[in-house]
Design a binder for this molecule. Structure first.
Ligand code: ADP
Ligand code: GN1
Ligand code: MG
Length: 362
């Protein structure tokens, strides 16, 4: 670690490091440095998951462009760019990442201090503020030239392709788990029409492509510890052209669930309509005037599809032998899949209520 961090332009000397956060993809560390007589300062160091991102240099090019663009916006609005935009710490030779002897890619960010990345909604105001911040993020990026962005993961939210991948995993059945998940597989098969619907609207050009974050769960935003505001959107690995519904939907999937993403007791899993409303109010306060009527109308459906897609991806990974998402216990991906599907069922029961809430807000 000492060797790796020595390649980054950080003032001070390395003291220690620890694993950090609850991300499912990259290896994240907080690394502490001491500079003269000041308090130790921490930085975020990450080893990029190159199984998930086959071109880490393209990921970093995107993040560099997007964060530089956002910095300008923050400065123009009189904000603090080191706290309100994710900031890359470059290497001593001015690169965006360091490649070690094993060809692993490392990157460093300024640590957004005095801010919290929540795993569940603690106070509804935080969720409102995260909606506002993700809305603002998309608004800012509406002026960004999308042609400059690499597609870091092909078909990331193409739900029919995700479904095809599930079918391939079932066929291969590499670890013999298919026999144990017939019910979960049927859950997807029975929703094939839904799986195709949003992508169909995109293919038919009825919904516009925008620059979206694509991974808007609550722990991918730093909430200011004092004001409770959505301070800084992080985890920019998947910023790519996408649908507004992807960002809205994924936030609802994670934050409006009354239980954790991997809760084993499914009786605790449901959609909180209050939290749905709170988030929608925040998000639409920034975006209502720039979204098309169909985009707005399909937001509740997108929440269901993002939840179904995520559950389907957890199921695919379980069947494939847990090769994509980090797991921390046996059957972790299956537990995650089941919570998502329970949530989908509850969303189906509450679809009219969700639609009414959106209409009321508009
Ligand atoms: P992953 O792709 O694995 O989810 P993230 O980039 O989301 O990786 O980082 C994992 C966690 O590390 C985040 O959820 C957050 O808690 C923390 N984190 C990441 N970047 C920062 C940062 N710049 N400042 C403070 N915490 C951060
Ligand atoms: C992953 O990287 P992280 O933990 O923020 C995943 C998302 C899933 C999410 C489920 C690049 O997000 O797509 O929705 O797990 N990110 C990637 O919690 O696949
Ligand atoms: Mg993350």
């Amino acid at each position: 670690m000492k060797n790796i961090v020595s390649h980054f332009k950080v003032p001070g000397t390395y003291i220690y490091h620890e694993r950090f956060g609850c991300g499912h993809i990259n290896d994240t560390y907080a690394v502490y440095f001491k500079y003269e007589n000041t308090h130790p300062t921490r930085y975020i160091l990450q080893r990029i998951n190159d199984e998930v991102f086959p071109h880490p240099e393209q990921v970093m090019s995107n993040i560099d462009l997007v964060t530089s663009f956002l910095r300008e916006k923050v400065i123009k609005n009189g904000g603090n760019p080191d706290r309100e935009a994710l900031t890359i710490v470059k290497t001593t030779d001015d690169k965006l990442f360091y490649v070690d002897e094993d060809k692993k890619y490392w990157r460093m960010y300024i640590f957004v201090d005095d801010a919290i990345s929540y795993q569940t909604v603690d106070k509804p105001e935080h969720f409102y503020c995260s909606g506002k911040a993700f809305g603002k993020f998309q608004n800012y990026l509406s002026e960004f030239d999308a042609t400059k962005l690499y597609v870091t993961i092909e078909n990331f939210h193409n739900t029919p392709v995700r479904y095809e991948n599930l079918q391939k995993a079932i066929k291969a059945d590499v670890v013999g788990r298919v026999k144990d998940v017939k019910e979960e597989i049927d859950f997807c098969v029975n929703r094939l029409e839904d799986i195709k619907y949003l992508q169909g609207l995109l293919d038919d050009k009825k919904l516009p492509l925008r620059v979206t974050h694509n991974d808007t769960k609550l722990n991918n935003i730093m909430i200011d510890g004092v004001t409770g505001e959505g301070l800084c959107v992080i985890d920019l690995d998947t910023v790519m052209p996408g649908l507004a519904g992807y960002d809205f939907g994924d936030s609802i999937r994670f934050g409006a669930n009354t239980a954790a993403e991997d809760e084993k007791d499914l009786s605790k899993v449901s959609l909180s309509l209050d939290l749905f409303e709170v988030f929608a109010k925040g998000y639409l306060s920034e975006l209502a005037s720039s979204l098309t009527p169909l985009e707005i109308e399909t937001l509740p459906f997108a929440a269901k599809i993002m939840t179904l897609e995520c559950g389907l991806r957890f199921l695919t990974d379980y069947i494939s032998g847990d090769v994509y998402f980090k797991i921390h216990r046996e059957n972790h991906n299956l537990d995650r899949c089941r919570t998502q599907f329970k949530l989908v069922q509850d969303m189906e029961a509450k679809m009219d209520a969700m639609n009414d809430i959106i209409k009321k807000i508009i």
